[in-house]
Design a binder for this molecule. Structure first.
Ligand SMILES: NC(=O)c1ccc[n+]([C@@H]2O[C@H](COP(=O)([O-])OP(=O)(O)OC[C@H]3O[C@@H](n4cnc5c(N)ncnc54)[C@H](OP(=O)(O)O)[C@@H]3O)[C@@H](O)[C@H]2O)c1
Length: 297
């Protein structure tokens, strides 16, 4: 029997590729608020809302995981801004629930965080840069990071940005929105002043797998190898999927009137994780082609 690994948020965008990447090597307990209809990976499926301390403790007691890969979060940035209590309960308190449930054991926590812990004035950011979140989502993720770092449990925090990938369970994503809109010949406006290095979930899942064997407590950045604006990213998607890129027009972030502020010049420098774990980062043409061809990891 392999190591028991509990994944929270296993049926989200990153969850599914992580599930697929880890299941050949470990005994996976895939948990989420609701078990999806498609459950075709060979692992245990468990309903778990991590805001319930009792339920988290019960699951941890039942399975005694050696590692918790903690992916679950409210990731809708505007929702976090408009419902701060919901965001805090799900992103911070729920992380405390997990830590409380594994306290006194050797269980390690791997937490996926974000470049939104930075203000976006001078990215791309390295692990040594000073966080300064400008929206509530970023504040909750930074608070969760800090609780994990002070918990006394073994930990790894991987910060990432602009995730995209194939998923059979999870439907909504930026890439899918661009593809669906252009396929239906719908014009779209995409911001040309938000920069990052979009990250293929398959490659991030491999980095998560490698971080599981590392015996140090570290913050590590992982992202794709290209730093571009969302507008340029949308154009790339159109190119790889053979869609009409002239339907995409540039727009400024301030003209969207979104509830939450967005870091503009963001993204993450990845040299530390490349050196420590020997992972590679990948360009958009390669990853989008894999996505086009239906490959998850
Ligand atoms: N997406 C990005 O670009 C990005 C960038 C940087 C970092 N991250 C981080 O990466 C992680 C994974 O992101 P993702 O893109 O895969 O997000 P996602 O698709 O929104 O998945 C998050 C999952 O967490 C679940 N969840 C939320 N609250 C929960 C709760 N109380 N109990 C159990 N499950 C709960 C959600 O379930 P429901 O859908 O049922 O609510 C969803 O399945 C998150 O921690 C996020 O902060 C994401």
């Amino acid at each position: 029997m392999g190591k028991q690994i509990l994944i929270t948020g296993a049926f989200g965008q990153l969850g599914e590729s992580t599930l697929l990447e880890l299941q050949p090597y470990f005994d996976i307990i895939a948990s989420g608020k609701k078990i999806p209809k498609i459950t075709n990976y060979p692992c245990k499926y468990v309903e778990l809302d991590i805001t319930s301390k009792n339920n988290v403790c019960k699951i941890v007691e039942t399975y005694s995981p050696e590692i918790v890969v903690h992916l679950a979060a409210i990731t809708n940035v505007d929702l976090c801004e408009s419902n701060k209590e919901l965001a805090w309960n799900n992103n911070v308190k729920a992380t405390e629930n997990i830590l409380d449930s594994i306290r006194g054991t050797k269980c390690k926590i791997i937490f996926i965080s974000t470049d939104y812990v930075f203000d976006g004035f001078s990215g791309p950011y390295s692990e040594n840069d000073q966080p300064n979140p400008i929206n509530y989502y970023g504040k909750t993720k930074l608070a969760a990071e800090n609780i994990i770092r002070g918990s006394g449990q073994p930990w790894v925090i991987i910060r990432t940005n602009v995730l995209y990938g194939n998923s059979f369970i999870n439907k909504a994503s930026f890439v899918k929105w661009v593809i669906d809109s252009l396929s239906h010949k719908k014009k779209i406006s995409v911001v040309d002043d938000q920069f990052g290095n979009p990250t293929w979930t398959g490659a991030l899942s491999e980095a998560i797998k490698l971080s599981m064997i590392m015996n140090v407590n570290e913050i590590l950045n992982y992202g794709g190898s290209e730093f571009i604006s969302r507008f340029e990213f949308a154009k790339k998607i159109a190119k790889i999927f053979g869609l009409n890129s002239s339907l995409i027009s540039p727009i400024k972030t301030r003209d969207l009137n979104q509830i939450a502020k967005r870091p503009l010049k963001s993204g993450l420098v990845t040299s530390k994780i490349e050196n420590i774990l020997g992972v590679r980062t990948f360009g958009l043409d390669y990853c989008l082609s894999k996505m086009r061809d239906g490959i998850i990891t």
